[in-house]
Ligand binder design. Sequence first.
Ligand code: PLP
Length: 477
Amino acid sequence: MKSEEFRKIGIDYINFIADYFDNIESYPVKSNIKPGDIYSKLDKELPESGINADGFLKEFEEIIMPGITHWQSPNFFAYFPSNNSFESILGELLTSAVGVQGMIWETSPAAAELEEHVMKLLGKAIGLPETFTGVIQDTASTAALCAVLTAREKKTKFESNKKGYSSNRYRAYCSQEAHSSIEKAVKIAGIGSENMIKIPVNDDFSINISAFKLAVENDVKNGFIPLFAVAALGTTGSTAVDSIREVAAVCRKYNIFLHVDAALAGSAMLLPEKRHFLEGIESADSFVFNPHKWLFTNFDCSAYYVKDKSLLIRTFEIMPEYLKTANDDLVNNYRDWGIQLGRRFRSLKLWYVLRGFGLEGLRKIIRQHIDLANQFASKINKETDFELLAPVNFNTVCFRFAPKGHESEFDKLNAKILADVNSSGKIYITHTKLNGQYTLRFVVGVLRTEETHCNNAYNLIREIAYKCISKEIEGKI
Ligand SMILES: *Cc1c(COP(=O)(O)O)cnc(C)c1O
């Protein structure tokens, strides 16, 4: 393609994107396509000669779009959000235009310096102590793996990097509600999933500190070596918050590396009224949150902060001759701050979001999402046939339909509500299990979600719930 053609077609793409957002509510939120439907419509052979890119947009609309679940829809209340914004899309566009590979400072000084700068400003904006240094990772899962590997190298004085890793006496700890990526990281790092100790939770689904202490003490008594712990600032199930201060006190006593996982809720630390959840953070070793979740920055962009950057760098450092440069002592070479060598230029989109919205602009949207979740929860609370199943700390409401006389089939009933609500195409919600009970989750976190979307969603869920029991009653007659 020549630049003249790109210029011409490119305009159509920008218009297509703007139209998509203008009309996003006309699509079914969750794609209801059957497995294989998309595949069957795709060209089965690659063309020998290139085809005109003119047709790609039409094909995207006709073949790809039906298989898209609309994460940017204001009626998306599932999982946790994965937001973008026009500011972020413009940043991504320029990132793809310059197409840089930012493995070291020299391969694009602007990528390295902007990343350093943005991470400093972002850390300050969410109230992290200035002792923390940030680096952008692809995901919170990768950040957790970086944290476990750093903990392992710190404990073995960098010997396991050199000689390989053989001990099966190390232990890692997190609550039963912590994210699956923690166990995955512990497995990959060679600690072993049997050494991943899942600590019971309190009624509010936060880690039970006495149980944590006891588990560590027992492990020490039995010759195990406590290595790594995670405090969740907003679990994925119900956004429960572990007390960082209390977890950190145990970690300090037993010399355990403490990672704080705030993948979603880190964004809410922009709000002074939520900052108390960070209490004790100065004692943590690392902290992660995902601007690609609730900070309107295209996937992927995960902000990973560490207290001692030299530990991180020593864990990952490699120095082949061909990567040595004259400036190595003066600049950040991010290839040594994580797993992969090649790195995307991700800071640009985040830079545009932070300045495009402004901190007060971001606070306003996040605060509104939290208010809307609380409104939803207080309506549930007033119903006789619905119940809340967890505290609403941020933007996530955990609830179920629990009408009298149907106690034995609550799980089945709520699973049916979920299926019917989602197949309506009008909204998308997902579920979890809390205390073994089937739980519906309503998460308010998409940039464009307003009060009317939440009200309509509430009415739809309620209507479908009652339909589910009247149908059953009919069936029984
Ligand atoms: C979403 C989430 C993760 C995983 O995030 P990725 O960036 O997809 O790896 C980890 N922890 C928590 C608490 C999460 O909510």
